[in-house]
Design a protein around this ligand. Structure first.
Ligand code: SF4
Length: 289
Protein backbone atom coordinates (compact mmCIF):
# COMPACT_ATOMS: atom_id res chain seq x y z
CA UNK A 1 0.00 0.00 0.00
CA UNK A 2 1.32 3.45 -0.84
CA UNK A 3 2.26 5.61 2.15
CA UNK A 4 2.73 9.39 2.02
CA UNK A 5 5.23 10.24 4.76
CA UNK A 6 4.07 13.66 5.83
CA UNK A 7 6.83 16.12 6.72
CA UNK A 8 7.60 17.79 9.00
CA UNK A 9 6.53 15.27 11.63
CA UNK A 10 7.87 13.99 14.94
CA UNK A 11 10.22 15.60 17.45
CA UNK A 12 10.33 19.38 17.76
CA UNK A 13 13.17 21.41 19.29
CA UNK A 14 11.40 21.66 22.66
CA UNK A 15 11.14 17.90 23.00
CA UNK A 16 14.75 17.31 21.90
CA UNK A 17 15.95 19.89 24.44
CA UNK A 18 13.88 18.33 27.25
CA UNK A 19 15.38 14.88 26.57
CA UNK A 20 18.88 16.35 26.49
CA UNK A 21 18.34 18.08 29.83
CA UNK A 22 16.86 14.96 31.45
CA UNK A 23 19.70 12.75 30.19
CA UNK A 24 22.36 15.15 31.46
CA UNK A 25 20.67 15.49 34.84
CA UNK A 26 20.40 11.72 35.28
CA UNK A 27 24.05 11.20 34.33
CA UNK A 28 25.44 14.01 36.46
CA UNK A 29 23.18 13.93 39.53
CA UNK A 30 23.50 11.63 42.52
CA UNK A 31 20.33 10.63 44.37
CA UNK A 32 16.74 10.32 43.21
CA UNK A 33 15.58 12.19 40.10
CA UNK A 34 11.86 12.75 39.41
CA UNK A 35 9.86 14.25 36.58
CA UNK A 36 6.81 16.23 37.69
CA UNK A 37 4.42 14.86 35.08
CA UNK A 38 5.40 13.25 31.77
CA UNK A 39 8.50 15.07 30.49
CA UNK A 40 6.82 15.10 27.08
CA UNK A 41 3.39 13.61 26.40
CA UNK A 42 4.37 10.24 25.00
CA UNK A 43 3.95 6.98 26.89
CA UNK A 44 6.95 5.26 25.23
CA UNK A 45 9.29 8.16 25.90
CA UNK A 46 8.08 8.20 29.50
CA UNK A 47 8.71 4.46 29.89
CA UNK A 48 12.24 4.96 28.51
CA UNK A 49 12.97 7.77 30.96
CA UNK A 50 11.73 5.65 33.85
CA UNK A 51 13.96 2.79 32.70
CA UNK A 52 16.88 5.25 32.83
CA UNK A 53 16.10 5.93 36.51
CA UNK A 54 13.90 9.02 36.34
CA UNK A 55 10.81 8.43 38.48
CA UNK A 56 7.43 9.70 37.33
CA UNK A 57 5.27 11.72 39.72
CA UNK A 58 2.11 12.47 37.78
CA UNK A 59 -0.73 13.92 39.87
CA UNK A 60 -3.46 16.11 38.32
CA UNK A 61 -2.23 19.00 40.48
CA UNK A 62 1.50 19.67 40.21
CA UNK A 63 1.68 21.64 43.41
CA UNK A 64 0.27 18.68 45.34
CA UNK A 65 2.55 16.37 43.39
CA UNK A 66 5.64 18.09 44.74
CA UNK A 67 4.70 17.02 48.26
CA UNK A 68 5.02 13.39 47.15
CA UNK A 69 8.72 13.92 46.39
CA UNK A 70 10.91 13.23 49.39
CA UNK A 71 14.13 15.01 48.47
CA UNK A 72 16.46 14.89 45.49
CA UNK A 73 15.96 16.40 42.05
CA UNK A 74 12.74 17.35 40.30
CA UNK A 75 12.56 18.07 36.57
CA UNK A 76 9.85 20.48 35.40
CA UNK A 77 8.46 19.21 32.10
CA UNK A 78 8.52 20.78 28.63
CA UNK A 79 4.99 22.14 29.26
CA UNK A 80 6.21 24.51 31.98
CA UNK A 81 5.06 25.09 35.55
CA UNK A 82 3.59 28.00 37.47
CA UNK A 83 5.71 30.29 39.66
CA UNK A 84 3.89 28.76 42.65
CA UNK A 85 5.28 25.32 41.76
CA UNK A 86 8.81 26.73 41.45
CA UNK A 87 8.47 28.45 44.81
CA UNK A 88 7.13 25.31 46.52
CA UNK A 89 10.00 23.23 45.12
CA UNK A 90 12.44 25.75 46.59
CA UNK A 91 10.66 25.66 49.97
CA UNK A 92 10.94 21.87 49.97
CA UNK A 93 14.68 22.13 49.30
CA UNK A 94 14.43 20.21 46.03
CA UNK A 95 17.04 20.54 43.31
CA UNK A 96 14.76 21.91 40.57
CA UNK A 97 15.70 21.56 36.91
CA UNK A 98 13.59 23.38 34.36
CA UNK A 99 13.06 21.61 31.00
CA UNK A 100 10.32 24.01 29.85
CA UNK A 101 10.33 24.53 26.07
CA UNK A 102 11.65 27.96 25.12
CA UNK A 103 8.41 28.67 23.22
CA UNK A 104 6.39 28.06 26.39
CA UNK A 105 8.79 30.22 28.42
CA UNK A 106 8.09 33.03 25.96
CA UNK A 107 4.33 32.73 26.58
CA UNK A 108 4.91 32.85 30.36
CA UNK A 109 6.98 36.02 29.96
CA UNK A 110 4.38 37.58 27.68
CA UNK A 111 1.50 36.89 30.07
CA UNK A 112 3.45 38.10 33.12
CA UNK A 113 4.39 41.27 31.24
CA UNK A 114 0.80 41.94 30.10
CA UNK A 115 -0.64 41.31 33.57
CA UNK A 116 2.04 43.57 35.07
CA UNK A 117 0.89 46.36 32.74
CA UNK A 118 -2.69 45.97 33.94
CA UNK A 119 -4.13 43.82 31.14
CA UNK A 120 -6.83 41.22 31.58
CA UNK A 121 -5.50 38.27 29.58
CA UNK A 122 -7.85 35.89 27.78
CA UNK A 123 -5.87 32.69 27.40
CA UNK A 124 -7.23 30.08 24.96
CA UNK A 125 -6.14 26.64 26.11
CA UNK A 126 -7.21 23.16 27.12
CA UNK A 127 -8.54 22.76 30.64
CA UNK A 128 -6.62 20.12 32.56
CA UNK A 129 -3.49 20.39 30.39
CA UNK A 130 -0.31 21.33 32.29
CA UNK A 131 0.68 24.18 29.97
CA UNK A 132 -2.37 26.37 30.77
CA UNK A 133 -2.02 25.46 34.45
CA UNK A 134 1.49 26.91 34.42
CA UNK A 135 0.66 30.02 32.41
CA UNK A 136 -2.47 30.91 34.41
CA UNK A 137 -0.29 30.77 37.52
CA UNK A 138 1.73 33.74 36.22
CA UNK A 139 -1.08 36.09 37.25
CA UNK A 140 -3.97 34.35 39.00
CA UNK A 141 -7.19 36.33 38.64
CA UNK A 142 -5.79 38.26 35.67
CA UNK A 143 -5.51 35.34 33.23
CA UNK A 144 -8.83 33.89 32.08
CA UNK A 145 -8.60 30.37 30.67
CA UNK A 146 -11.15 29.76 27.92
CA UNK A 147 -11.49 26.56 25.93
CA UNK A 148 -14.48 27.21 23.69
CA UNK A 149 -17.02 29.74 22.46
CA UNK A 150 -19.25 29.28 25.52
CA UNK A 151 -16.34 30.18 27.82
CA UNK A 152 -15.70 33.35 25.79
CA UNK A 153 -19.37 34.30 25.89
CA UNK A 154 -19.33 33.93 29.68
CA UNK A 155 -16.46 36.43 30.13
CA UNK A 156 -17.24 39.73 31.81
CA UNK A 157 -14.15 41.89 31.36
CA UNK A 158 -13.97 45.63 31.81
CA UNK A 159 -11.55 48.29 30.61
CA UNK A 160 -9.36 49.01 27.60
CA UNK A 161 -6.48 46.78 28.54
CA UNK A 162 -7.51 43.36 27.28
CA UNK A 163 -5.26 40.89 25.49
CA UNK A 164 -5.85 37.47 23.99
CA UNK A 165 -3.24 34.74 23.66
CA UNK A 166 -3.15 30.94 23.58
CA UNK A 167 -1.55 27.60 24.35
CA UNK A 168 1.27 26.68 21.96
CA UNK A 169 -0.16 23.39 20.68
CA UNK A 170 -3.72 24.20 19.63
CA UNK A 171 -5.40 23.90 16.25
CA UNK A 172 -4.32 26.88 14.13
CA UNK A 173 -7.79 27.27 12.60
CA UNK A 174 -9.94 26.71 15.70
CA UNK A 175 -7.79 29.20 17.58
CA UNK A 176 -8.22 31.83 14.87
CA UNK A 177 -12.00 31.40 15.19
CA UNK A 178 -11.83 31.76 18.98
CA UNK A 179 -9.58 34.82 18.72
CA UNK A 180 -12.12 36.37 16.32
CA UNK A 181 -14.86 35.66 18.85
CA UNK A 182 -12.89 37.40 21.60
CA UNK A 183 -12.29 40.35 19.28
CA UNK A 184 -15.96 40.57 18.40
CA UNK A 185 -16.79 40.89 22.12
CA UNK A 186 -13.75 43.05 22.95
CA UNK A 187 -12.61 44.93 19.81
CA UNK A 188 -9.90 46.60 21.86
CA UNK A 189 -8.21 43.24 22.61
CA UNK A 190 -4.54 42.94 21.63
CA UNK A 191 -3.85 39.64 19.89
CA UNK A 192 -0.74 37.56 20.65
CA UNK A 193 -1.02 34.24 18.82
CA UNK A 194 1.43 31.90 20.55
CA UNK A 195 0.91 28.68 18.58
CA UNK A 196 4.46 27.45 18.09
CA UNK A 197 6.03 27.01 14.70
CA UNK A 198 6.43 23.23 15.13
CA UNK A 199 2.69 22.81 15.76
CA UNK A 200 1.76 25.12 12.90
CA UNK A 201 4.07 23.47 10.36
CA UNK A 202 2.92 19.93 11.26
CA UNK A 203 -0.75 20.89 10.99
CA UNK A 204 -0.32 22.71 7.67
CA UNK A 205 1.60 19.77 6.21
CA UNK A 206 -1.03 17.27 7.38
CA UNK A 207 -3.93 19.29 5.95
CA UNK A 208 -2.09 19.72 2.64
CA UNK A 209 -1.22 16.01 2.41
CA UNK A 210 -4.81 15.03 3.26
CA UNK A 211 -5.88 16.37 -0.16
CA UNK A 212 -3.94 13.60 -1.83
CA UNK A 213 -4.58 10.57 0.44
CA UNK A 214 -7.59 8.51 1.49
CA UNK A 215 -6.91 8.32 5.21
CA UNK A 216 -4.34 9.75 7.67
CA UNK A 217 -2.75 7.92 10.60
CA UNK A 218 -1.30 10.11 13.37
CA UNK A 219 1.21 8.38 15.62
CA UNK A 220 1.07 9.90 19.10
CA UNK A 221 -0.27 9.46 22.62
CA UNK A 222 -3.77 10.45 23.65
CA UNK A 223 -2.38 12.95 26.18
CA UNK A 224 -0.43 14.79 23.49
CA UNK A 225 -2.28 17.99 22.65
CA UNK A 226 -0.47 18.53 19.35
CA UNK A 227 -1.13 14.90 18.24
CA UNK A 228 -4.85 15.18 19.02
CA UNK A 229 -5.01 18.47 17.12
CA UNK A 230 -3.40 16.82 14.06
CA UNK A 231 -6.28 14.33 13.96
CA UNK A 232 -8.80 17.16 14.33
CA UNK A 233 -7.39 19.38 11.59
CA UNK A 234 -7.14 16.52 9.08
CA UNK A 235 -10.80 15.64 9.70
CA UNK A 236 -12.06 19.20 9.76
CA UNK A 237 -9.96 20.95 7.11
CA UNK A 238 -8.50 18.05 5.16
CA UNK A 239 -11.95 16.37 5.15
CA UNK A 240 -10.40 12.92 5.38
CA UNK A 241 -10.69 10.25 8.07
CA UNK A 242 -7.87 10.39 10.60
CA UNK A 243 -6.93 8.09 13.48
CA UNK A 244 -4.56 8.37 16.42
CA UNK A 245 -2.40 5.37 17.32
CA UNK A 246 0.00 5.27 20.23
CA UNK A 247 1.76 2.24 18.72
CA UNK A 248 1.50 -0.10 15.75
CA UNK A 249 -0.62 -2.54 17.78
CA UNK A 250 -3.38 0.12 18.00
CA UNK A 251 -3.75 0.26 14.21
CA UNK A 252 -6.99 -1.28 12.97
CA UNK A 253 -6.57 -2.40 9.35
CA UNK A 254 -10.32 -1.91 8.85
CA UNK A 255 -9.57 1.85 8.83
CA UNK A 256 -7.52 1.34 5.66
CA UNK A 257 -10.09 -0.75 3.80
CA UNK A 258 -10.38 0.45 0.21
CA UNK A 259 -7.66 3.09 0.69
CA UNK A 260 -5.03 3.42 -2.05
CA UNK A 261 -2.87 6.05 -0.35
CA UNK A 262 -2.36 6.45 3.39
CA UNK A 263 -0.80 9.56 4.95
CA UNK A 264 1.27 9.05 8.10
CA UNK A 265 2.39 11.79 10.46
CA UNK A 266 3.29 11.98 14.14
CA UNK A 267 3.11 14.32 17.08
CA UNK A 268 6.00 16.47 18.27
CA UNK A 269 6.76 14.06 21.12
CA UNK A 270 6.55 10.77 19.20
CA UNK A 271 9.79 8.73 18.91
CA UNK A 272 10.61 8.22 15.22
CA UNK A 273 10.99 4.43 15.53
CA UNK A 274 7.28 4.13 16.43
CA UNK A 275 6.29 6.03 13.30
CA UNK A 276 8.71 3.99 11.20
CA UNK A 277 7.08 0.72 12.37
CA UNK A 278 3.65 2.01 11.38
CA UNK A 279 4.90 3.15 7.96
CA UNK A 280 6.66 -0.16 7.25
CA UNK A 281 3.60 -2.16 8.30
CA UNK A 282 1.23 -0.23 6.04
CA UNK A 283 3.69 -0.34 3.11
CA UNK A 284 3.73 -4.12 3.40
CA UNK A 285 -0.08 -4.40 3.12
CA UNK A 286 -1.59 -5.41 -0.21
CA UNK A 287 -3.25 -2.46 -1.97
CA UNK A 288 -6.94 -2.89 -2.84
CA UNK A 289 -7.75 -4.44 -6.26
FE1 SF4 B 1 7.79 23.59 22.30
FE2 SF4 B 1 5.95 23.60 20.35
FE3 SF4 B 1 7.44 21.45 20.78
FE4 SF4 B 1 5.56 22.14 22.56
S1 SF4 B 1 5.23 21.48 20.42
S2 SF4 B 1 7.65 21.47 23.03
S3 SF4 B 1 5.72 24.38 22.45
S4 SF4 B 1 8.19 23.48 20.08
Amino acid sequence: MEVVKITPRGYCHGVVDAFRIAKRVREETAGPVHMLGMLVHNTHATDDLQAQGIALVDPPDRLAGLDQIKGGTVIFTAHGVSPQVKQRAAELGLNAIDATCSDVVRTHELVADLAGKGYEVVYIGRKGHPEPEGVVGEAPGKVHLVQDAADIDALDLKGDRIAVTCQTTLSVWDTEDLIDRVRSRYPQAEVHNEICRATQERQEAAVEAAKDVDVVIVVGSSRSSNSLRLVEVVKKLGRKPAYLVDRLEDLDVAWLKGAKKVGVTSGASTPSQLTRRVIEYIEALEPPE
